[in-house]
Design a binder for this molecule. Structure first.
Ligand code: CA
Length: 229
């Protein structure tokens, strides 16, 4: 049983989305406040959280931070604030996807399914692990270790890393990485990749300011560990 926690204070919206998600086969827990949503999260350990940004009780951003502090539960942010900065904040918090209100419940269900599919490791790839300079990525268990120590990545960060690490030296554009990380590429959102890369570097690099694994190719994008560099 896959459980989705829906934290949304607009009750009608919450009711409609809940019924769509249930029709899609998910068990849905709903909370109308940030603080009660976080409490439910801690008690019930859902498989994915759909989180509104603007909430009573506790702000959605704070809820997201708390959820992230506790691990890598897939997180989908919902916002009515359309400014680019808010989107970026959402991504810097390690959100795996985000939707802008007003949205179609059908679309949200499709996105939930996509995020869960990406975070699961069902279809086993031929290669089971990627290794480079002390970094080990297990493609089956989704475990990443650096010098033997476990590094916790969000599903989006994991997808970005494996996309690049599978082809060391290849330069990926932001749009290509956006597609790999989110499953969909939205033109104009390419810069949001920079936020994910920043988070990823903070987790895997010894010195994120002088990255070893993920190199910036100015004016183009990023690449993983080019020997020629
Ligand atoms: Ca709200």
């Amino acid at each position: 049983m896959t459980t989705v926690l829906l934290i949304e204070d607009e009750l009608e919206l919450s009711r409609v989305l809940k019924s769509y998600l249930e029709k899609a086969g998910y068990t849905v827990l709903a909370a109308a406040r940030g603080d009660t949503g976080l409490a439910l999260f801690n008690q019930q350990k859902p498989d994915l959280v759909v989180l509104d940004l603007n909430l009573p009780g506790m702000d959605g951003l704070d809820v997201a931070r708390e959820i992230r502090r506790k691990g890598n539960c897939p997180l989908m942010m919902v916002t009515a604030r359309v400014e680019e900065t808010d989107r970026l904040i959402g991504l810097e918090l390690g959100a795996d996807d985000y939707v802008i209100k007003p949205y179609s419940p059908r679309e949200v269900v499709a996105r939930v399914r996509a995020v869960l599919r990406r975070s699961a490791c069902s279809s086993g790839p031929a290669v089971q692990s990627l290794k480079a300079d002390g970094l080990e990525i297990n493609l089956e268990s989704h475990e990443v270790r650096r010098n033997g120590e476990r590094v916790d990545l969000t599903p989006t960060e994991f997808n970005l890393l494996t996309t690049m690490a599978a082809e060391p030296g290849r330069v990926f554009s932001r749009l290509q990485l956006l597609e790999a990380g989110q499953g969909v590429a939205y033109e104009g959102y390419e810069r949001s990749i920079d936020a994910h890369i920043k988070n990823l570097r903070a987790k895997i690099e010894t010195d994120p300011k002088k990255p070893h694994y993920i190199q910036t190719v100015f004016g183009v994008g990023y690449r993983f560990l080019s020997r020629q560099a």
